[in-house]
Design a protein around this ligand. Sequence first.
Ligand code: PMV
Length: 333
Amino acid sequence: MPAFSDTRAAAHAPPARVGDPTGERLRGTGSAHGKAILIGEHAVVYGRAAIALPVHSLRVRAEAVRTAQAGLLVSDLYTGAFDAAPARLAPTVTAARATLEALGTREQIELRVHSGIPPERGVGSSAAVAAAVVAAVAAAFGIVFDDGRHHELVQVAERAAHGTPSGLDARAVRAAGPIWFRSGETAALPVGATFAFVIADSGVPGRTGEAVRGVRALREADPARVDHVIASLGVLAEAARGQLSDGDVPGLGAAMDEAHDLLDGLGLGDPALQRLVRAARGAGASGAKLTGGGRGGCVLVLAPDAADAPRLACALTGAGAAAVWTSTLEATA
Ligand code: PMV
């Protein structure tokens, strides 16, 4: 499989280091999109494979303007000095500072961030914000980082957000299509048919760091059981790769159902998630599972056919979803 490479987040950036007589390049922009984990969350932390999907309808945009003043953040959540930013924005400030450091500049920036991705819902908010910020800050200095360098800077911010991120989110928020991820290695996945997904927000904040620590504690207490579950999730991810490329919607749905039950058995469920999963299955979904860290956040639902997605979205809203989004994978050539 070819190694995946996508420079989408830096798409607005100017070419690297060219002269700038007009001062135009004192400003840079960047963007990234949301993601949903199809299969393999948590197991990926233990070296198993995972698959993530882009959610292009969820997007973050960042703009950086070079300044001689102190760093300033302007966002929907906070406007003020970097130094006084609330703890929940630490990853955003970390992304900006790590990028300035990587650029080797003593200049500061005024950073504007507009995010349409709800935070703490397992749909990639923190990684997408970091990816957009890294691209915007670099672009303000006329630089486009290569993929590896960009990824590493996003991971610095992700560590501020979650402690020990696998790197899956950081890759998925910049990928144009579904990605296969294992032990830091990423590859674009072929898709054999249209797969229509609905993502439903339970309204309950996900707690990724806490959930990851919970699985670790469970594994220390009962390594045989937890390792068996992790291995089973890895097997499901392998199967899902084949189901995606074969266009096997029922097979993938069954794998998602199985993954949900395994994750639920690791204590990652929540009554609100369970209600949405039940509603989706009751409304004829091919499969439904929690997505991301769990203990809140979102569910990912696979429609039997793209035409069924609006009906499933209605059923999920009726069952109490705070928001729903769709993500459709088209068959690759
Ligand atoms: O909740 P999210 O979207 O940040 O996803 C976390 C995925 C985990 O596998 C639980 C952790 C990780 O670092 O991959």
